[in-house]
Design a protein around this ligand. Structure first.
Ligand code: CA
Length: 544
């Protein structure tokens, strides 16, 4: 299959941008940083160790297989493409990947599943999946997959069987699951209701909250629960470490209590199949509401309060008080642990449903893009990074634009490059491609690598409990300690464009500047108890 004309146009624009150098800064580097500070970052951080990784506190890379890497030059990303990039993923420091849906589906995004126990042919085969798992294991990279249980596709055999049954059912007969068990799999009604779509060829309606192409499953059905258990077992047997659960607040739309009850059954069932099976739930709602789902016993809920263009991270970088970033973490610790003391937070900054972060800031020379990436990665729990954010990719508006081809190269014909979704607009990149960033110590890519390295070096950073250093914190400075099993670090962030001096004389136990993440020209210095923090910089101090 040849690449579409539209894509060629789109890619030509990208190439043009790359040639004309559209970086919004007069400094030459990919990310607007001079060499001096990256020298400090590379020098100081090179001695960082790597803490043992043996639990669900991970650094996770979210991959949209369709747009990530194409192994057979048909324009669509695939599992062999992911395999071909495992060295990259490992080199970046990720130790878990989340694959967005990989099962057969008629849509490019595949959130409407036709068959839960197979791989979409465009992505490859089960053998490819097994190979991916096996190669990830060699690198101690876990694989979790999207489990879309709220709804199936209308083309799923379960729905088609129920549909056929209702088409044949005489209008004066009552339906019976004894004759068609699949009638029990969905929520059918003879009455038009909010959230229901008419079932073509019948006088029935079916629940379809997102779209008529996605009929909601009847999650209260024992038959459906048996199917779900079999599906989980299938993928666990194929080596997944766990599941990302799509749309948990929609399990029972408008009823968090019933949705939480279903989640409780689901998590318990999964852990009976594999005792350390990991679950992370998507509940795109306010903090108190998604926190409530921890009552189900789920390991993680995505932390929507730090994410997106108006979350804590972006708000602070756009001028809210720096200390709000630390205080929000403290508040969440109290809230989440009061509901489930074993919770593992799942911080993320952007995902496939959100505009990419490079578009949140205007003319910042890449400094806020970098800083925001680190503010996500320095949070405790299982931190998620959406593919391409580490390059500062752009993408906003319709969903397709947020899922553009991974920008490996400014040459759209380069090995591994994908076409992207057919209905994608032209997405104008601001920052250079992977090829152009990879050997540049001042790039956004290298900054992400250093931020992940810093995270992975300290279990106190990936696992620790946050305590605010209120006396050091201000509108510009967020300072806090993190502690885990006796290991303690002091983190100091300058979230503004002004230089700041921080007097650490009351914190003499933190006498060593251990790691730095700097985005600008000046170095961080630590002399006579005073920490000098250039604009948009981060310092990690320990007691050695
Ligand atoms: Ca392909």
């Amino acid at each position: 299959m040849s690449r579409s004309f539209k894509t060629i146009q789109f890619c030509a624009v990208l190439s043009l941008l790359a040639v004309t150098g559209c970086t919004p800064t007069d400094s030459t580097a990919a990310g607007g940083q001079s060499a001096a500070s990256s020298v400090q970052m590379m020098e100081l951080n090179k001695d960082l160790g790597h803490a043992e990784v043996n639990d669900a506190y991970r650094t996770t890379y979210e991959i949209f297989v369709y747009s990530f890497a194409d192994s057979d030059n048909d324009g669509t990303g695939d599992l062999q493409g992911v395999i071909s990039k495992l060295d990259y993923i490992e080199d970046m420091g990720f130790n878990q990947i989340w694959l967005m849906p990989v099962s057969p589906s008629g849509t490019y995004h595949k959130y409407d599943v036709d068959d839960y126990m197979a791989i979409d042919p465009a992505y490859g085969t089960m053998d490819d999946f097994d190979e991916l798992i096996s190669k990830c294991r060699e690198k101690n990279i876990n694989v979790i997959i999207d489990l879309v249980l709220n709804h199936t596709s209308v083309n799923h055999p379960w729905f088609k069987a129920a549909w056929d049954y209702l088409k044949e059912l005489p209008s004066d007969w009552g339906p019976s699951s004894d004759y068609c068990p699949y009638f029990d799999y969905y929520n059918f009604s003879r009455d038009a209701q909010d959230g229901y779509a008419p079932l073509e060829g019948t006088n029935w309606y079916y629940e379809a909250r997102f779209w008529s192409g996605m009929p909601d499953l009847n999650l209260g059905s024992e038959r459906v629960r048996k199917e779900i258990s079999d599906i989980m077992k299938f993928w666990i047997d194929h080596g997944v470490a766990g599941f990302r659960l799509d749309a948990v607040t929609s399990y029972y739309t408008g009823n968090n209590e019933m949705s939480t009850d279903f989640l409780k059954w689901l998590v318990s069932e999964g852990k009976s199949l594999k005792n350390d099976c990991y679950f992370v739930g998507e509940g795109w709602t306010d903090r108190n509401t998604f926190a409530g789902y921890y009552a189900s016993g789920i390991d993680s809920m995505f932390d929507f309060s730090f994410a997106n263009n108006e979350g804590v991270i972006a708000s602070v970088l756009k001028g809210a008080d720096a200390k709000a970033y630390g205080q929000a973490q403290v508040n969440e610790q109290e809230l989440f642990s009061s509901i489930n003391k074993n919770y593992i937070n799942a911080p993320f900054y952007t995902n496939h449903d959100m505009a990419r972060s490079a578009g949140y800031y205007v003319n910042d020379g890449g400094r806020k893009v970098k800083m925001a990436g680190a503010m996500n990665l320095l949070m405790s729990g299982n931190a998620f990074v959406y593919y391409g954010e580490e390059l500062g990719m752009k993408g906003s508006g319709k969903d397709e634009n947020k899922r553009a081809p991974m920008y490996w190269s400014s040459d759209p014909e380069a090995e591994g490059m994908c076409d992207g979704p057919a209905d994608m607009d032209e997405v104008k990149m601001v920052w250079p491609s992977y090829e152009e960033q990879k050997d540049d110590d001042t790039s956004i890519l290298n900054y992400y690598r250093q931020a992940i390295k810093t995270r992975n070096a300290f279990r106190s950073i990936s696992h620790g409990t946050v305590t605010m250093a209120d006396d050091l914190s201000s509108a510009s400075i967020c300072a806090y300690t993190k502690e885990y099993e006796g290991e303690k670090v002091l983190l100091v962030l300058n979230t503004t464009e002004n230089e700041e001096d921080v007097n650490l004389s009351a914190y003499s136990e933190f006498n060593t500047l251990k790691a730095v993440l700097n985005t600008g020209e000046e170095e961080i210095t630590f002399k006579d108890g005073t920490l000098h923090m250039p604009a948009f910089s981060i310092a990690v101090l320990t007691g050695e």
